[in-house]
Ligand binder design. Structure first.
Ligand SMILES: CC(C)(COP(=O)(O)OP(=O)(O)OC[C@H]1O[C@@H](n2cnc3c(N)ncnc32)[C@H](O)[C@@H]1OP(=O)(O)O)[C@@H](O)C(=O)NCCC(=O)NCCS
Length: 214
């Protein structure tokens, strides 16, 4: 899409796939997403139509960011960033906390490096150094059926995709993370973060006054 490339690109990447040349670009505006169609395979979190609406909503949030992978006018993948929901523990952290909400690539173009490149483009923007980015990885969101991976293999896949952009696993006593041993919290401290913000975040990793931490 010419308009995607001309108006919104921070940095673009191109990948040849069996579906055609795929472009990764962003952050994009909601109006750009509105012009595109969602690939039918993008249903890991909700049906494609509803997920497209969710992407547009995220673009409109303060600090909301969506990076897209598209082939011509069809969205084939995305990664989203948004402030943590108010009911989440992470909303009590420093104002710089930004949640990597979801990453999804259509099964039609998986294992071409699209997931990895979506993250590369997202974190190539210098503004990301101002944020403390977290990702809550819950196994119930993982597409074990289509990838054919088992739960621990999938956890390792997520860790491998996230680590090149500086996301590391953090220990926490947050209830949903503790709900299954494969769940994990990952975080990345931007280079421009003040020390006080890092300390504030680390103070909410554990909230229970017991000695269960490793
Ligand atoms: C997770 C997901 C985004 C990966 O996207 P992708 O474009 O296929 O990933 P990439 O091609 O960039 O692969 C990255 C690495 O994972 C490996 N990998 C990806 N899928 C794999 C599979 N099914 N089996 C084995 N390895 C796999 C790749 O070989 C690559 O390995 P490398 O480190 O040796 O280079 C995609 O599978 C997906 O959308 N899953 C459903 C949604 C989801 O689970 N999101 C995560 C929770 S928010």
């Amino acid at each position: 899409m010419e308009q995607v490339d001309r108006d919104q690109a921070v940095k673009s990447q191109f990948i040849s796939t069996s579906d055609g040349e795929l472009t990764i670009v962003g952050p994009v505006k909601a109006e750009v997403i509105a012009q595109l169609a969602m690939d039918d395979g993008l249903r890991a979190f909700r049906p494609p139509k509803r997920q497209k609406e969710a992407l547009e909503e995220i673009c409109k949030l303060p600090d909301g960011r969506v990076i897209l992978a598209h082939v011509a006018s069809r969205i084939m993948g995305y990664v989203t960033f948004h402030p943590p929901d108010s009911f989440e523990r992470w909303s009590r952290g420093p104002r710089e906390v930004l949640e990597l909400g979801a990453i999804e690539v259509s099964p039609r173009v998986r294992q071409y490096g699209v997931g990895r490149r979506l993250l590369e483009v997202a974190f190539s923007d210098p503004i990301m150094e101002n944020y403390l980015v977290i990702a809550t990885e819950y196994y119930w969101h993982w597409d074990m059926e289509k990838t054919g991976l088992r739960v621990w293999e999938y956890r390792e896949l997520m860790r491998r995709i996230m680590s090149p952009v500086g996301m590391v696993v953090k220990d926490t006593d947050e209830e949903e993370i503790l709900a299954h041993p494969a769940n994990m919290l990952m975080a990345r401290y931007g280079k421009n973060l003040p020390k006080s913000s890092i300390l504030q975040f680390e103070s909410i990793l554990y909230t229970k006054p017991d000695s269960s931490r490793g």
